[in-house]
Ligand binder design. Structure first.
Ligand SMILES: [Zn+2]
Ligand SMILES: [Zn+2]
Length: 398
């Protein structure tokens, strides 16, 4: 698994993103909300912890985790089922009471994640930007601010959803006030703030950990994985590789042993007529027989290539060349680049990993696939290309 966790070659991009973190006025509200919730948890030292508060916290955790998974994620971001405007509003209100910003922002960022999953344009890819950035740093990042309205026009056409988005702080304040009135200060701290902090980190772990650890059943062109130990506390969201393979499905645990509490509750709500038209994965999709697109192969190859840091290969290669040979090999590389990608791998670049090395890593990163040989060959081309470009443009060692 260590290879999966290796940082990608795009260290420059990561540094740029980290520099634009937080402390810009437009990111203060989520930053102070996030920090405030964690600090408020410490107030339990003064208020004490009572069993009633713990049960309240557990209830609020489950209620709001359902609103996040069924509402924010499966309904607003993916339209995996249908419901009426009243329940749509209830889902949005409850989800927003988890202090994770407005539903339109949440859905827009999540759609962006699927569009660019684990590429440099992904807003929270651990492959590209490391664990901490993908877990929470990205929320305070400048790039997290902008929402492309064209991607959420199905949501913005409802005035009540636009109202919720504009007043994103109203649901958590209303819930906190209700809890304070009913359960006092210890209820507020333990019941509301503790459960909100837990909701943060289990939700965030789907962005970070499920793209790092677990098992990939399907080839998805990214590093999404299935995790039973995250599926339980996140009410089914841990089946993340299933989800990336069939994102429109209301059901994320594809088999009976893949516990998916959110789906069970949605089934019960469907019986009651509260929701309907739950979308499910077709049988051939569950069997993994969906056609492997050229885009999936290309993205898988790019991911595999990026797991071998080109800059380290360049440093080792440069050490092997004498200054007087520099012009000669630069000319050779330029000619090979001009001839096309394939010719680069024919060059003698001794530090380039072998096809067998790359295949071994691909088997750890991705699900088994008939396209594996093609992906590995393409990844080696991409790596040779990246190394050659860097060799051509970097000053060589003497
Ligand atoms: Zn994902
Ligand atoms: Zn999703």
């Amino acid at each position: 698994m260590s290879s999966v966790n290796e940082r990608a070659v795009s260290g420059v991009g990561a540094a740029q993103r980290l520099r634009s973190l937080a402390f810009r006025p437009e990111r203060w509200p989520p930053f102070f909300g996030f920090a405030g919730v964690h600090l408020a948890c410490l107030a339990a030292i003064r208020t004490g912890v009572h069993w009633n508060d713990v049960w309240l916290g557990l209830f609020l955790y489950l209620l709001r985790m359902f609103a996040i998974t069924a509402g924010y994620h499966r309904y607003f971001a993916h339209r995996a089922f249908k419901t009426g405007r009243a329940f749509q509003f209830v889902l949005g209100f409850l989800a927003q009471s988890s202090v994770q910003s407005g539903l339109i922002w949440w859905a827009a960022k999540h759609r962006e994640h699927h569009r660019y999953s684990d590429t440099p344009r992904d807003v929270h890819s651990p492959r590209q930007y490391g664990f901490w950035f993908s877990h929470l740093g990205w929320i305070f990042n400048q790039e997290a601010v902008a929402v492309d309205d064209a991607t959420v026009s199905d949501l913005t056409r409802y005035p009540e959803l636009r109202w919720l988005e504009k007043h994103y702080y109203a649901p958590p304040l209303a819930l906190a006030a209700l809890v304070l009135a009913l359960s006092g200060w210890s209820g507020l701290v333990v019941g509301f703030f503790w459960s909100t902090a837990l909701l943060y980190h289990f939700t965030f772990s789907i962005n970070s950990l499920t793209h790092m650890f677990g098992r990939a059943r399907y080839l998805t062109g990214d590093e999404s994985r299935n995790n039973w130990w995250l599926a339980l506390p996140t009410m089914g969201e841990g089946w993340h590789n299933n989800h990336h393979y069939c994102m429109a499905s209301a059901r994320q645990g594809f088999y009976w042993w893949e516990v998916d509490l959110t789906y069970y509750i949605l089934r019960a709500l469907a019986v009651l007529g509260v929701v309907w038209d739950l979308r499910l994965p077709p049988a051939h999709v569950v069997r993994g027989q969906r056609e492997i697109t050229a885009e999936t192969k290309e993205r898988s190859a790019a991911l595999l290539a990026s797991s071998f840091p080109a800059d380290r290969i360049v440093t080792r290669l440069q050490a092997q060349y004498h200054a007087e040979a520099r012009d000669e090999w630069r000319r050779t590389l330029a000619e090979a680049l001009a001839r096309g990608r394939g010719s680069l791998v024919q060059l003698h670049l001794p530090e380039l990993p072998s096809l067998d090395d790359m295949r071994a890593r691909a088997c750890r990163m991705f699900a088994r696939s008939p396209a594996m040989d093609e992906i590995v060959a393409r990844a080696r081309e991409l790596l040779a290309q990246a190394v050659s470009q860097q060799l051509l443009h970097a000053p060589s060692a003497t």
